[in-house]
Design a protein around this ligand. Sequence first.
Ligand code: ATP
Ligand code: MG
Length: 386
Amino acid sequence: MTPGKRTYLLKLGELTLKRGNKHVFEKILVRNLSAMLKGSAAQTITHDGRFFIRCTGEVSQRVEDTLNHLPGITGWAKVCEVEKSVNAVIEACVKEAQLCVEGGSRSFKLETRRTDKSFPLRSYELNCMAGNAICEALPDFRVDVHKPDAIIRVEIRERAYIYGAEKKGLRGLPVGTAGRGLLLLSGGIDSPVAGFLMALRGMSLAAVYFHSYPYTSDDAKQKVIDLAALLRSYTLGLKLCVISFTAVQQRIKEYAPEEWSTVLLRMAMMECASSVAHYHKCKCLITGESLGQVASQTIENLTCSESRAQLPVFRPLIGFDKEAITKKAVEIGSFPISIRPYDDCCALFSPAHPVLRGNTSTAAQLYSELELDEILHDALQTREYY
Ligand code: ATP
Ligand code: MG
């Protein structure tokens, strides 16, 4: 644990393009940040369109983890905050340079922004003076204005802020600026990534998992609960609804042509998910489907599946290949959970020779012959929340 005070500067990218309703987006961003940092006593401060967090050293790790999980910022930096005197600024620049050298940088350049024009030095003059002081203190750290390893930034505003290394943010939009969607979350690699990508576009999420006990184990359910918990670290308050789908699967297995079973199951999931979405005020369904990845994801079969959806179906991974999806899953931390070895219900019931290009009228006919209304109604009553 490190004592002392810390200040962080947040950089907002896309938000700054939102002209008219920029303040609405900013308000939601600050609200999200405060909720994510609740109980830490960290303060979020706004000065002329710049966002800062002040906290104690004890909670700095939590603040940094939060900033790494926060949709809506392009970057952040730990800043040194000093009074607006030339000496204090130069001293802070030398300290920052020392940190850059310790981090392996061998060359630097200074960039100053002086919003407060009453500061006695112009930006260029300050760059020269601070640059000289750094070179004197650290003779091996050379100036390179074209391709420096490190950029030391100085901002002279209500106070003086000095910072070197800037960390990349997730970018995107603050969660809560784009309505709410219902994620169909299975235990696989794809659906958590799909949810994450929609959250990055500002969408709040709820999630639904169709569980087929005893065909799928409690470990499979736990995996989905853990995936939902991980997604919650990016999205705040994500509710997971678990619905027992055993009876639906049994009905399909018993009465439907085997090659149609996966497509019919997807249709039932879409229908049931539409009802769940209604309870949670979700305006769309989200799946991890990707074109051509498996037989149920040809354009014809996707069309059959969504024919039972009462809301638009968003498929953010539609054009991604498995390698790109896996890379993203590793980045967001869902991959190790997704590859735990528990089968999902689809694997147990999947046909050896699935229909590849399902016809929508055949699908509708077979689906209605299953007479699922009552079973789906009962399934909905089994819902549990995590
Ligand atoms: P994933 O890695 O997301 O499981 P997948 O490649 O295994 O994807 P499918 O099993 O065909 O693909 O599922 C396609 C999509 O349908 C999933 O991405 C998910 O959105 C949804 N889905 C599948 N099974 C379930 C389930 N048991 N509960 C909720 N949603 C599901
Ligand atoms: Mg799956």
